[in-house]
Design a protein around this ligand. Structure first.
Ligand SMILES: Nc1ncnc2c1ncn2[C@@H]1O[C@H](COP(=O)(O)OP(=O)(O)OP(=O)(O)O)[C@@H](O)[C@H]1O
Ligand SMILES: Nc1ccn([C@H]2C[C@H](O)[C@@H](COP(=O)(O)O)O2)c(=O)n1
Length: 241
C-alpha cells in the first residue's frame, strides 16, 4: 500500500505506520495524531443490555469465540462475590438478586474494574463485553465517575425480546438446574419491573447519543448471532476495535 492510499484510507494500522517508518515516509501531524488516538491503550468497552433471558450471556460467549473479546457479566461477578468467604456484601447482594433490585454501583463497578485489570495483566486482552451493566441511573453515574476516563466506550448492544419469551427461557433455565435463586416466577416479575423502570431509561439515554445497536433476539441463538456478527463486523470496519 502506498502513502497516497494510506492517506485516502485516512486511518492507519500499526503495521502501516511501521511500514511508513521503515520506508522513511513522513506521516503528517494530523495523521499521526489520528493513528495514536485510534491505537489508544485504553480498554475497549461494549455494554450488553436487554431483559432477563434475552440471551445476553449466550451471545457474549459466541462473540468471545469469534471476535476475541473478554466477557464480563456483572451478574456473574456479583454472584461470585456473594459466595466469596468473608465477603461483607454477600447478604446485600443476595437480597438484591432475589428481589430484582440493583446492587449499589460502588460494589459492581469495583468488581468490573478489578476483573478488567486482572484480565489485561494475565492475558493481555483489552477488549471487554460488559454484560448486564449499567442497569440503572446509579450504575451509569458511578461508571461515569470511576471509569469513563479510563476506557474507550464503543457502543451498547441492546438485545430485544418479548417478556413472554424471556420469562419462558429463564423458567426453562431454572428447571434445567441453573441453581439461580432468581429463575422463578416471583423473582422474574420483580426483575422485569426493574428492567422496565430502571434499565430501559439507560438504553434510551444511549439511544439519544446514537450509541445503540439493537438486535432482535426472538429467533434461535445461531440466527441471532448472524445479526450480532454483522453489527460487530461493521464496527470493526469502522475501526472501532
Ligand atoms: N435466542 C435464543 N433462543 C432460545 N433460547 C435462548 C436464546 N438465547 C438464549 N437462550 C436460552 O435462554 C436462557 C437465558 O439465556 P441467557 O442466559 O443467555 O440470557 P441472559 O440475557 O444472559 O439472562 P440473565 O439476564 O437472566 O442472566 C438460557 O437457558 C439460554 O440457553
Ligand atoms: N449491574 C447489575 C447487574 C446485576 N445485578 C444483580 C441483580 C440482577 O437481577 C442479578 C442477576 O443479573 P443477571 O445475571 O441476570 O445479569 O444480579 C445488579 O445488581 N447490578
Amino acid at each position: 500500500m502506498n502513502f497516497t492510499s494510506l492517506v485516502f484510507n485516512r486511518i492507519l494500522s500499526r503495521k502501516q505506520v511501521v511500514h511508513c517508518i521503515k520506508k522513511n515516509i513522513i506521516l503528517s501531524n494530523s495523521l499521526f495524531k489520528l493513528h495514536t488516538r485510534k491505537m489508544s491503550d485504553k480498554p475497549k468497552i461494549i455494554f450488553v443490555l436487554g431483559a432477563p433471558g434475552a440471551g445476553k450471556g449466550t451471545q457474549c460467549e459466541k462473540i468471545v469465540d469469534t471476535f476475541g473479546f473478554k466477557h464480563l457479566s456483572a451478574g456473574d461477578l456479583l454472584r461470585e462475590e456473594r459466595s466469596r468467604e468473608g465477603s461483607e456484601f454477600g447478604a446485600l447482594i443476595e437480597d438484591c438478586i432475589v428481589n430484582g433490585k440493583i446492587v449499589p454501583v460502588e460494589i459492581t463497578c469495583s468488581l468490573l474494574e478489578n476483573a478488567m485489570i486482572r484480565t489485561k495483566k494475565e492475558t493481555g486482552n483489552n477488549k471487554f463485553l460488559i454484560d448486564g451493566f449499567p442497569r440503572n441511573e446509579d450504575n451509569l453515574q458511578g461508571w461515569q465517575r470511576q471509569m469513563s476516563e479510563k476506557v474507550d466506550f464503543l457502543f451498547v448492544f441492546f438485545l430485544d425480546c418479548s417478556e413472554d419469551l424471556c420469562v419462558g427461557r429463564c423458567l426453562k433455565r431454572g428447571q434445567a438446574g441453573s441453581g439461580r435463586s432468581d429463575d422463578n416466577l416471583d423473582s422474574l416479575k420483580k426483575r422485569f419491573n426493574t428492567y422496565m423502570t430502571d434499565t430501559m431509561p439507560i438504553i434510551e439515554h444511549y439511544q439519544k447519543l446514537n450509541k445503540v445497536r439493537k438486535i432482535d433476539t426472538s429467533p434461535g441463538p445461531d440466527e441471532v448471532f448472524k445479526s450480532v456478527q454483522t453489527a460487530l463486523q461493521q464496527a470493526h470496519d469502522e475501526k472501532l476495535f
